[in-house]
Design a protein around this ligand. Sequence first.
Ligand SMILES: *[C@@H]1O[C@H](CO)[C@@H](O)[C@H](O)[C@H]1NC(C)=O
Length: 362
Amino acid sequence: MTGLALNPLDYISSSSSSSYTTRKCAWVVFLLTTPSYLPGILVLAYTLRKYNSKYPLIVAINPSIAAETITALEEYGLEVRMVQPLVPRGQITLIAERFVDTWTKAAVFGFDDYDRVCLIDGDMMLKRNMDEIFDIPLKEDQIAATFACICNLDKSSWAPAEWTRDNCGFAPSHGSDSITHPGPAQPTGTHSLLNSGLVVLTPSQLVLQRIYELVESGDKNDQERIKEWSFPDQDLFADLFRGKWISIPWIYNSIKTMRYWHGNFYNDHDVRNLHYICKKPWKYRPKYNSPEEYERTGNVYKVEAGEYAQVKDNDVGLNEREADAVTHGWWWEEYECMLGQMRKNGYGWCEFVDNLTDRGQS
Ligand SMILES: *[C@@H]1O[C@H](CO)[C@@H](O)[C@H](O)[C@H]1NC(C)=O
């Protein structure tokens, strides 16, 4: 693949001796509680194969996942691994309910039959190969992730007050510098916030032990701090690796809203991995243009001409469904290809999977 001449991660280290190609690595995605993410995870797996990732995708589940969902994953050739939910004891139990999935995800640090894993969300989809992220030199007790985009230009009421454009870790980024020189993670303030959708980490019993200690902590300060977390996954990682995590370029975790919130550096062709935050593409299928409209506009999906070219920063005047038509459309293109291939190969769960999607309008 041409495009970037440089490995985008060269800025981290000039020594390329730390290649993990001979080590044991894996992508790990969690599927907890409901099967609703199944179409997403299958498309993720499909695109990892399509872009020739050398590494397997492991689907980590908990005991509440139904047998048919497990079979649907295994029949697609995926390794399914059961993890036990980590349930806190003691006083912290009171606030633990909404953290159960987060504590369970932390179990990935116990996957120490792997030298390195990349935690990847089920609402992600590759646009290009990104195996190089396994080669990031990580010190003991380090992880790599991207900043959390906290622009909150749509003024979501659930967002903390400090979530503003000015405070966003990506705000200082421009053009290709955003790829070659992402800003560093800071120990405090909003530039300490990471997005936990994609996290490169070294499994470690020591880290797992620290998580257990935090979960079970009777310390009032720990409990108060945990109580305030609004996004448990990312707050857990930010807390454990404060001042230690490595910031990697947005292309590895391209949040769909960046397309119109960070138009000064976002480019479709740079994206390695798209992150479908909030509304899931499998539940929101974009409207397709008629052949005549396609002929006239060149757009596969119903999007007004120039809509994206102009929509940057504060000009987000689109309703979500329209705004995300293009990225959701990319998902549906991959999904339809995957489904076609599955049917051809006699995969037995096509209808089951398709029933979890929105075939709504076309
Ligand atoms: C899919 O949905 C249809 C319509 O609701 C239903 O009749 C069918 O049994 C479902 N198929 C599977 C495999 O779940």
